[in-house]
Design a protein around this ligand. Structure first.
Ligand SMILES: Nc1ncnc2c1ncn2[C@@H]1O[C@H](COP(=O)(O)OP(=O)(O)OP(=O)(O)O)[C@@H](O)[C@H]1O
Ligand SMILES: [Mg+2]
Length: 456
């Protein structure tokens, strides 16, 4: 249990020196400060396992430090030093979230026993958390992380349909994990030993798409020097994955429908009929019913492809998974970039959880990748996140666990920022007009623009 980092805050230099000497003899590493105003910054950058703080200090008392640190990291472990006579202050500190207290004066043994106990407790909690993550991840399929109700429904559906031969249509906004789900169905199916053949319907133009799908015989068109099997043939026995099916032209849709009905086809340029057996999994992020109504999608093909529908929930509807996913990506990128990043600070996590994620899991993945490469500390901090994520950060859900005053401040800040950016937008950046509309003077507007980093 040694070598853990311990931060000590006390305005008496003697206390700092004695405590760190005792603890270092016990193989702890100590960081000390006599300036309580520095505590928050030091805590953020050093991320100690435990904080020891005096309660009575002139510039800022221990209770205020306790609150500040808990705002940075709600799970912070704090032990307070109290004066022998002041039982009440110890009780108050425990109520405010301190782990334990030691009354002054104390012996070296008392200090070590109390610190050891706190560290042991922290270890236990971390182990529990890891265990929980492991359970949650194994519940997820293969590499699909998640434990929210919304994603569990998807897992259940995958389990139910993977071993059937039914064609599957996966609906979902971009970045929600459609392709990952398709691959997971394949891996869990009886076809797992055969090919999973992905076709990107967006990037293949109409001409290429046809010869790619059907293959061609030698001399079928200029440049066709040899005959070549198409993707249908390659997916025989396996899974044919049509990504963004809504983007296929009508003429190809008709040909695809024929193959699905007859399970046989000829390569471009003639030749023998070729029999194929594959299962189709397709994805779309547009409403195919509407495409049908507009005459852009063949209804029969739709029914062929859509025997079973899987809808991927957007990330904003599975907020409970944000923490799990974010931590998963931190470990992934930390390993990939050979860094030693342990996790995400409480503040940064609150922002991730309050954000709307229009780009869903892919966006979260990108944000974490960027933050892991930017950060200098062992934890991803608020400053490692993109400025524009902070705009939408205050949601009631996210701030309700904060102390009232900071919750109110955050709420007000985000209200002001939104109010004034909308105000400026509506006034086309005309400050006088904005001032008039809001019934305040221009100076106030300039001041608030500056505070919130808004420009015209
Ligand atoms: N539940 C999840 N657990 C872990 N990683 C995930 C999960 N869902 C998606 N991802 C990752 O997020 C990224 C986007 O997923 P995927 O490509 O499957 O989404 P998509 O819906 O096909 O996106 P697009 O519409 O942009 O093609 C991938 O890198 C994928 O590995
Ligand atoms: Mg995709």
């Amino acid at each position: 249990m040694k070598n853990e980092k311990i931060m000590i805050i006390d305005d008496e230099p003697d206390m700092l020196e004695n405590c760190s000497r005792i603890l270092e003899r016990s193989h702890y590493t100590c960081i000390t400060t006599g300036n309580p105003l520095e505590a928050g910054r030091l805590f953020s950058s050093e991320r100690p396992a435990l904080v020891l703080t005096d309660l009575m200090m002139p510039k800022k008392d221990g209770m205020a430090i306790l609150r500040e640190l808990r705002e940075i990291d709600p799970s912070v472990l704090v032990i307070v030093f109290t004066a022998y006579s002041s039982v009440q202050s110890a009780v108050d500190a425990m109520k405010a979230g301190a782990f334990d207290f030691i009354s002054k004066p104390f012996s070296a043994d008392q200090l070590i026993v109390t610190v050891d106990r706190a560290i042991k407790q922290k270890r236990l909690e971390e182990e529990n958390r890891n265990l929980r993550t492991q359970i949650e991840t194994t519940y997820g399929m293969d590499r699909i992380i998640g434990s929210s109700m919304a994603i569990r429904k998807v897992f259940e559906l995958i389990n139910k349909v993977a071993r059937t031969d039914a064609n599957i249509l996966i609906y979902g906004e971009s970045g929600t994990g459609k392709e990952l789900t398709a691959r997971s169905i394949h891996i869990n199916s009886n076809r797992r030993d055969k090919a999973f053949v992905p076709v990107d319907c967006v990037s293949l133009s109409e001409n290429i798409l046809e010869s790619e799908l059907f293959g061609h015989e030698k001399g079928a068109f200029t440049g066709a020097h040899i005959s070549k099997p198409g993707l249908f043939e390659l997916s025989d026995g396996g899974t044919f994955f049509l990504d963004e099916i809504g983007k296929i032209k009508l003429s190809i849709q008709a040909k695809l429908l024929r193959v699905l009905q007859e399970k046989q086809f000829r390569r471009v340029g003639g030749g023998d009929l070729i029999n194929v057996d594959f299962r189709v999994i397709s994805t779309t992020n547009i409403d195919l019913n509407r495409a049908i109504a507009e005459g852009k999608f063949i209804e029969d093909l739709f029914w062929r492809l859509n025997v079973i529908t899987i809808e991927m929930p957007p990330l904003r509807e599975r907020q409970g998974d944000i923490e799990l996913l974010a931590n998963h990506f931190v470990h992934e990128f930390s390993r990939k970039n050979k860094k030693d990043i342990r996790g995400i600070s409480g503040e940064a996590m609150a922002i991730l959880q309050g954000y709307q994620w229009p780009g869903n899991i892919r966006e979260l993945q990108n944000v974490i990748e960027r933050a892991t490469s930017l950060t200098d500390s062992q934890y991803i901090m608020q400053s490692d996140l993109h400025e524009n994520m902070l705009d939408h950060s205050a949601s009631l859900e996210q701030i309700k666990s904060l102390p009232f005053k900071s919750a109110k401040r955050k709420w007000l800040e985000s209200f002001e920022k939104k109010y004034f950016s909308d105000l400026l937008k509506d006034a086309n950046g005309n400050i006088s007009r904005a001032a008039q509309n809001a019934g305040i003077d221009r100076k106030t507007i300039y001041r608030l623009m500056k505070r919130h980093g808004l420009d015209i």
